[in-house]
Design a binder for this molecule. Structure first.
Ligand SMILES: Nc1nc2c(c(=O)[nH]1)N[C@H]1C(S)=C(S)[C@@H](COP(=O)(O)OP(=O)(O)OC[C@H]3O[C@@H](n4cnc5c(=O)[nH]c(N)nc54)[C@H](O)[C@@H]3O)O[C@H]1N2
Ligand SMILES: Nc1nc2c(c(=O)[nH]1)N[C@H]1C(S)=C(S)[C@@H](COP(=O)(O)OP(=O)(O)OC[C@H]3O[C@@H](n4cnc5c(=O)[nH]c(N)nc54)[C@H](O)[C@@H]3O)O[C@H]1N2
Ligand code: SF4
Ligand SMILES: [Mo]
Length: 746
């Protein structure tokens, strides 16, 4: 907090805001005078950050009024990507966009309009509400890579996803492909405290991370081999008698089938696949199964395995059930949706989308779990069990790479327009060259953004969006939590920025949806959502001032009273929901998408194993590269290489190197470290260079060091359950950049 400002001066108001630079959504106190934020600090009364803010959270004021922000609606006047813009009034922009969307709907059908989002940043229920009434099923996010498939697989097996961990009473925490030391600092802080009280921590990660350094056990597995490890843990827990016999007998279905099925997956079988020893596998399975109660934290790595992702989630989910670590004190909790407030799903108006339009959702024919076929089934079961369904926005999406492909090929039909909000697909979606081709080709594109990103630069309209200090926020885990953490706006939006909510509402108001948008401001909508809580606040702002949080009373062992939200009412180790959708009811083994055992020829040309991405400080995906206070901490992209491998390849620390897969090559700077095994290569994600020209062909150097040039969205590499694509466990080669080819990727 700035020391030079007297915060005791008259007329200063303290607003309860939050940081939205990562999912921790730390509480922020904003000191406001005359409509300006003078200073911010972490809110000591906020339950997660307890007053702390990280280096990213601390630059909120630089972000708020950065000279590179987009502050006015922009309309393209030159050729696409030429970088020529005209500043126009909001009303004109919205009239023109609405007219264009109406014309597309008339000529090609509503499904020809798609929307792209990123990770949860804004009021996405409003986007879904608009799209449902507009009539298109083609909403998507790259949340396929981020928790959503896990949520749906786990909900299929035990009726909800146990993402809320009762860590206080836990004795063992498994961090499976998660590194809170760099990705979720408040959580890491909490874990460190609990470790002093005896919590054991197992880290499953190919890298010796900030978190692995503090663990009781670190399993440096081959990237992409998580399914083999999970199956071997299931094998050990069943065949060495470590399971909770009472829970399994009383509350689970399919134990016999599972026991037979996993007999083959011994630690000895998994050892060469995972590069771990059978002893490491046994020891870790014992530690989790015998240190009860225990937790398995969600980590994003498994969502990004591609082909084996769904089965890996399934096998990991079984571990909780076999050990009885579900819904008991200290375990992973099945809270169900909020019973006390209006949920995101209830705001989405999903019933307004006609069945005939649902059937047109792109990807629903192949990837059934998080499209209408699977979502419809799971939502029905959830409504029966909990009275409410999970959010459709996120859990029921068009398959993103297939939408980009439809733009390029016209198959299964032509997508004509893309509305982009809170994402930069060029850098965050898979196989960036293909994504970029689609963005260059789509007939009509509108982007709602803070910055002129490579994606925004290719748009027809770029609309200026208000950030966390300029809008209220409800934090509730993609609309699926039972609790609410609420924040208020510190100030009204600066310049001509608006909320995403207002974008969707204003569009709806112009397209015959007036009756469906009674809430003029986002606060009005939030007030409607929180009114049933019964606090009696006159407005949303007053609710935040007086109460701010809502934590319902928790009931352990709910299943003893109401069963599980599955067709049989039990935990379905043998999943009838997956089977009904045409998927294996028990997790079947598949190797990493590209690997040396299944494809030795490929491994001759690409002998190293690549994993693309992990969160690193100070950046968040492809955000914040403009902010010099953050760029100062990390100026250039880095790729982790073991020193022995580097020596063989003639690479020295800090050399620029090419990393190449079958899809293309990028360059990053070698960071030599013993923290990865000799065959493992770890690239950083997100990188582009806002300091360069944002016009074609440079587009901020968005392919040059962008790790998603290397990833694969090929159908054969995608998870058949969910369609999530392959970022982790690919084959690559690495070589030094020499002067002659230093400039461009190929
Ligand atoms: N290879 C590889 N790829 C990955 C990952 C990986 O580990 N490896 N991780 C994946 C994961 S976990 C995720 S969640 C995705 C993230 O992917 P995205 O969410 O697409 O992340 P960004 O690329 O940072 O794009 C977010 C954009 O939204 C803008 N923005 C931020 N807040 C708002 C807002 O409130 N409204 C609007 N309109 N715009 C806003 C930011 O300025 C930024 O340009 O990337 C995935 N991609
Ligand atoms: N600094 C920072 N923090 C962030 C973000 C960010 O971009 N930057 N993004 C936010 C978002 S949207 C998300 S989803 C979370 C994600 O946060 P996490 O769940 O922690 O995910 P990552 O940091 O992507 O990767 C976690 C670990 O997986 C390891 N890993 C790589 N490949 C494999 C594999 O094949 N198997 C296993 N078991 N592990 C593997 C990586 O080495 C890494 O240490 O972070 C959030 N926080
Ligand atoms: S951890 Fe940092 S970036 Fe994330 S919400 Fe908290 S302060 Fe913001
Ligand atoms: Mo994410």
């Amino acid at each position: 907090m700035s020391k030079s400002i007297d915060l005791q001066q008259e007329g200063i108001e303290v607003k309860k805001s939050c940081c939205y630079f990562c999912h921790q959504n730390c509480g922020v106190l904003a000191y406001v005078k005359d409509g300006k934020v003078l200073a911010i600090e972490g809110d000591p009364s906020y339950p997660t950050n307890e007053g702390g803010l990280c280096c990213r959270g601390n630059i909120a004021l630089k972000h708020l009024d950065h000279p590179a922000r987009v502050n006015y609606p922009l309309k393209r006047v030159g050729k696409r990507g030429e970088g020529k813009w005209e500043q126009i009034p909001w009303d004109q922009a919205m009239d023109e966009i609405a007219a264009k969307l109406a014309a597309i709907r008339d000529e090609f059908g509503a499904e020809a309009v798609a929307t792209a989002g990123g990770t949860s940043r804004t009021d996405d229920w409003a986007r879904r509400r608009f799209m449902n009434m507009f009539g298109s099923p083609n909403c998507f996010h790259n949340s396929h890579l981020c928790w959503i498939p896990t949520f749906m697989v786990e909900t299929a097996i035990y009726g909800w996803c146990p993402f809320d961990l009762d860590l206080g009473a836990s004795r063992c925490l498994v961090l499976w492909g998660q590194n809170p030391g760099a990705s979720s600092m408040p959580e890491m802080h909490h874990i460190r405290e609990l470790q002093t009280k005896g919590l054991k921590v197992i880290v499953i990660d190919p890298r010796f991370t900030e978190t692995a350094a503090k663990a009781d056990l670190w399993l440096p597995l081959r990237p992409g081999s998580d399914l083999a490890l999970a199956l071997a843990w299931v094998n050990v827990i069943i065949h060495e008698g470590l399971y909770d016999a009472e829970f399994v007998t009383e509350y689970c279905e399919g134990f016999g089938e599972l026991a037979d099925h996993v007999e083959q997956f011994t630690p000895e079988w998994a050892a060469p696949l995972t590069w771990l020893t059978p002893e490491q596998i046994r020891e870790s399975a014992y530690m989790y199964a015998t240190s009860k109660p225990g937790n398995i934290q969600w980590g994003v790595a498994i969502d990004q395995l591609g082909k084996s992702a769904g089965a890996a989630m399934h096998a990991r989910a079984l571990l909780r059930a076999l050990t009885g670590n579900l819904d008991c004190p200290g375990s992973d909790l099945l809270t169900g949706p909020s019973q006390d407030s209006i949920t995101d799903e209830e705001m989405e108006a999903n019933d307004m989308l006609p069945e005939a339009q649902k059937a047109k959702q792109i990807g629903a024919d192949r990837f059934k779990l998080i499209t209408w076929p699977g979502y419809g089934r799971i939502a029905e079961l959830a409504k029966k069990h909990w009275g409410k369904a999970p959010t459709a926005e996120w859990m029921c999406e068009a398959h993103p790479p297939s939408v980009f492909n439809a733009i390029i090929t016209g198959e299964p039909y032509q997508i004509k327009a893309l509305l982009v909000s809170a994402t930069n697909p060029v850098n965050s979606y898979g196989q960036s060259k293909m994504t970029l081709e689609a963005l260059r080709k789509v007939d009509f594109m509108v982007t709602c953004e803070y910055w002129m990103t490579p994606t925004a630069a290719l748009s027809d309209y770029v609309l200026p969006i208000a950030g966390a200090l300029e809008r209220p926020t409800i934090t509730n885990s993609y609309g699926c939590a039972d609790f609410l953490l609420c924040s208020q706006r510190a100030i009204q939006p600066m310049y001509e920025r608006r909320n995403d909510y207002n974008f969707w509402r204003d569009l709806g108001m112009r397209m015959g949806q007036e009756e469906m948008w009674p809430w003029e401001t986002v606060e009005d909508a939030y007030h409607y959502r929180i009114e049933p809580l019964g606090y009696g606040a006159e407005s949303y702002d007053e609710f935040v001032d007086l109460y701010r949080f809502h934590f319902p009373e928790r009931e352990y062992f709910k299943y003893k009273r109401i069963g599980f939200g599955t067709p049989s009412g039990k935990v379905e180790l043998y999943s009838s929901t997956l089977k009904d959708l045409g998927y294996p009811p028990l997790p079947e083994y598949a190797g990493p998408v590209e690997n040396e055992l299944d494809d030795p020829e490929l491994a001759k040309e690409y002998p190293l194993v690549l994993t693309t991405g992990n969160g690193f400080m100070p950046f968040h995906h492809s955000e914040h590269f403009q902010i010099k206070e953050l760029r100062f901490l990390r100026h250039e992209p880095r790729v982790e290489i073991n020193p022995a491998t580097a020596a063989e390849l003639g690479i020295a620390d800090e050399d620029w190197v090419w990393i190449e897969t079958r899809r293309g090559r990028i360059k990053q700077k070698a960071a030599l470290t013993q923290g990865v095994a000799p065959r493992v290569i770890v690239t950083e994600r997100g990188w582009w260079f806002p300091e360069r020209s944002m016009a074609e062909p440079e587009l901020g150097g968005c392919l040059e060091s962008n790790t998603n040039v290397l990833t694969s969205v090929d159908d054969e590499h995608c998870d058949p359950f969910s369609g999530t694509w392959a970022n982790r466990g690919l084959l690559c080669k690495v070589y030094k950049v020499n002067g002659a080819d230093a400039k461009e990727g190929k």
